[in-house]
Design a protein around this ligand. Structure first.
Ligand SMILES: NC(=O)c1ccc[n+]([C@@H]2O[C@H](COP(=O)([O-])OP(=O)(O)OC[C@H]3O[C@@H](n4cnc5c(N)ncnc54)[C@H](O)[C@@H]3O)[C@@H](O)[C@H]2O)c1
Length: 279
């Protein structure tokens, strides 16, 4: 693959050791020649991704952080972002997604979910803004979810946190727009990743296949493509937006798959008979 150098750009991607985050990191580093921080709690997987990027000719550093501990994150950031410098692209992609009935949602899960999915993104954005303002350029992309737009069974903590992340996207967007910094989100539909292997049983998969107009799960590449656009120069006038990448899930209302097989469309009446019907 050819590397097109975008001089001195640096990106930080959370949850980049797996799934969607990994594809985003590889896209930024290998397709666009951007130095990337691979931030993840999984040390082994993060270092494997960094090594794979280096082997492909990119520049990557793995950084082991558990985003549940926001105070530790805040303290660690200056050292964590020392090697390539403060990032001018931030992708908040890591998430916690424990599913349980709303009435029984545990306070521990709620607190941890909000920390990883909302508070850590805020801390990371705040850390990088002074640098982005100085450069007059910055790209922040938050990986939200269709669960932040539509409610889903068991998703009290996850869905609420993703709705908050979408609101956080808009809040930052309007306050930093005049410095050439854009803040956007993507809202993936169901995507084949390790997270989904844990959270989606066969009944959930069948439900999604029925509710997604494209009748299939997305791929990490399809989500990464949207993120790469929002993190590019080409997206310079897009800010505060949430891009659904979901095979049509959010657009859909009633979906009757075989409606016209069962009930053929009646022929349109001739113009003359239309005139007699219309008053
Ligand atoms: N897969 C889907 O169907 C789907 C749908 C909608 C939204 N999303 C969103 O896409 C993003 C990526 O999801 P994925 O499916 O690629 O998941 P994944 O499980 O494949 O990867 C998530 C990564 O985040 C890391 N991570 C989790 N908690 C962390 C923590 N406390 N500190 C640091 N790192 C942590 C994990 O170690 C892992 O490497 C998430 O924000 C998720 O909510 C996914």
């Amino acid at each position: 693959m050819t590397i097109t150098q975008e001089p001195s750009r640096v990106a930080l991607i959370t949850g980049a050791a797996s799934g969607i985050g990994r594809r985003i990191a590889e896209g930024l580093a290998i397709q666009r020649g951007i130095s990337v921080y691979i931030v993840d709690k999984d040390a082994g997987a993060a270092s494997e991704v960094a090594l794979a990027i280096s082997a492909a000719g990119g520049r990557a550093k793995s950084c082991v952080v558990d985003l549940r501990d926001c105070a530790a994150l805040q303290k660690a950031l200056p050292e964590l972002t020392a090697e390539f410098g403060v990032p001018d692209i931030v992708v908040n992609n890591a998430a916690m997604a424990a599913l349980m009935p709303a009435a029984e949602y545990s306070l521990d899960h709620w607190t941890a979910t909000m920390a990883v999915n909302v508070t850590a993104p805020m801390i990371l954005i705040q850390h990088t803004l002074p640098h982005m303002k100085k450069r007059g350029w910055g790209r922040i992309v938050n990986v939200a979810s269709i669960s932040g737009i539509r409610a889903g069974t068991g998703r009290l903590g996850y869905g609420t946190s993703k709705a908050a992340l979408i609101a956080l996207t808009r809040q930052f967007a309007i306050e930093v727009a005049e410095w050439g910094i854009t803040v956007n989100a993507v809202a993936p539909g169901p995507v084949e990743t390790p997270l989904v292997k844990i959270n989606h049983d066969s009944a959930t998969r069948a439900t999604y296949d029925d509710m997604v107009p494209m009748r299939r799960y997305g791929t990490p590449e399809e989500i990464a493509n949207g993120v790469l656009f929002l993190a590019s120069d080409q997206a310079s006038y897009v800010t505060g937006h949430t891009l659904a990448i979901d095979g049509g899930f959010i657009a859909a209302g009633v979906l009757v798959r075989d409606m016209f097989e069962k009930q053929p469309v009646p022929p349109i009446p001739a113009a003359a008979s239309l005139a007699t019907v219309a008053p």
